[in-house]
Design a protein around this ligand. Structure first.
Ligand SMILES: Cc1cc2nc3c(=O)[nH]c(=O)nc-3n(C[C@H](O)[C@H](O)[C@H](O)COP(=O)(O)OP(=O)(O)OC[C@H]3O[C@@H](n4cnc5c(N)ncnc54)[C@H](O)[C@@H]3O)c2cc1C
Length: 369
């Protein structure tokens, strides 16, 4: 078994692991990102809606609320600076019945508290004047929402990492780690061979697998490791440009932002994600959900036909609360929480993790001495 030493070992080459890694590398530290797949960001970071969220929905003073509004501004600046393809589409959150109006008001006041800029209440007629296919009775217009090409974003983070002499190693699965004195001694299965990597710092940014990773870092007390539940989100795609130019969101529920209308950078329309609680991770989209999708979507686009909706892709949210238990926040734990120096675990990194990635990168770098 060979052994290598680095300052910082980041487990997981998704958008969050890369955002953290590039920051450490920019400080002149030696950084390695371990990625068990054969490329970066192929798990949740490319199985999402690609939305630059504004920060509208999140509970006051939650990490999600704090990170998202700032993350939104930072994301636009970053995309402009590094030429990452993105579009500031804006979005409408639509109420389609009068009993949804109190919820719309609640979202409006949360958004203002969270520092979301430029949000406005608008009439249903105004929405239809901008988006003729959409019907609703009232809506919120959120100008700062948009979309980003996740893959280009991650490639840009990786480019920054490599320019600062950091590295990512693919096909390399973290197995376990123990502290020896001031150093972590980690065992990694790399291209079928077990190797040892020693590091001063470990960052567990393994997304859906973060709980499992934390269970294999000694001597972390198990009481600090939250259980992760899996909430799959399925998408149905139209494969068409329906001439819709804004994102359209219904009123959210506790587990998701609702079956919304999303756009890719080519303006093709898709719907989702829904919420399907699962015990095992698989990414197949069940065609039978087409009816459920259609029933929801016709509430705000009455003209959409069921045959326009084709099973697309899916992603899985790592949730820290189970079905019916309410909303969960990000949980980012460092020494102050678990008492172990230079170890940061990131749990429950669901939406708006993509939007918040730059801010999370700074937050985590500052947690480590
Ligand atoms: C359906 C859905 C829609 C979403 N939509 C949005 C959105 O529109 N906007 C937004 O801001 N956010 C959105 N999100 C959230 C966003 O996608 C995530 O917050 C973000 O991608 C999480 O990034 P990550 O790096 O933590 O995880 P991941 O992308 O999952 O990366 C973790 C990496 O760790 C690797 N790994 C795991 N175990 C090991 C191991 N043992 N050794 C080495 N590597 C390992 C994995 O292979 C993976 O590549 C959405 C999420 C979902 C599920």
């Amino acid at each position: 078994m060979s052994s290598n030493f680095v300052d910082v070992l980041v487990i997981g080459g998704g958008v969050i692991g890369l955002a953290i890694a590039k920051n450490f590398a920019a400080k002149g530290l030696e950084v390695i990102v371990l990625e068990k797949e054969n490329t970066f960001g192929s798990v949740t970071s490319s199985r999402n809606s690609g939305v630059i969220h504004a920060g509208v929905y999140y509970d006051k003073d939650s990490m999600k609320a704090k990170f998202c509004a700032d993350g939104n501004r930072r994301m636009y600046e970053y995309c402009q600076k590094f030429n990452v393809p993105h579009i500031n589409t804006g979005k409408f959150i639509v109420a389609t019945s009068s009993n949804e109006i109190p919820k719309l008001e609640e979202i409006f006041s949360k958004a203002e508290y969270n520092g979301v800029e430029g949000i406005e209440r608008v009439t249903g007629n105004y929405v239809t004047s901008k988006e003729p296919l959409v019907e609703c009775i009232e809506a919120l217009f959120v100008p700062s929402s948009g979309i980003v090409d996740q893959n280009s974003l991650m490639r840009s983070y990786l480019g920054e990492l490599e320019e600062s002499s950091g590295n990512i190693v693919f096909n390399s699965q973290f197995l376990r780690s123990e502290i020896h004195g001031e150093k972590y001694c980690s065992t990694v299965l790399s291209d079928g061979e077990e190797i040892i990597i020693e590091s001063s710092v470990i960052i567990n940014a393994a997304g859906l697998n973060a709980e499992n990773i934390a269970n294999n870092i000694l001597p972390l007390d198990k009481k600090y490791i939250p259980k992760t539940y899996f909430a799959k989100g399925n998408y149905f795609e139209t494969g068409k440009d329906l001439k819709i130019r804004h994102l359209i969101y219904p009123i959210p529920n506790d587990a998701s932002l609702g079956l919304h209308l999303g756009l890719d950078l080519g303006m093709q329309v898709r719907f989702g994600p829904d919420v399907e609680w699962v015990d095992e991770i698989d990414y197949e989209v069940n065609e039978d959900r087409q009816v459920l999708f259609h029933n929801d979507v016709i509430k705000y686009i009455p003209s959409i036909k069921i045959e326009d909706l084709k099973a697309g892709y899916s992603g899985v949210r790592p949730k820290l609360k189970n079905k019916g238990e309410g909303k969960s926040d990000f949980s980012i734990q460092g020494e102050k929480t678990h008492g172990i120096k230079n170890l940061v675990n990131l749990f429950g990194m669901e939406s708006p993790g993509l939007t918040s990635s730059l801010v999370i990168g700074d937050y985590v770098t500052n947690m480590v001495s």
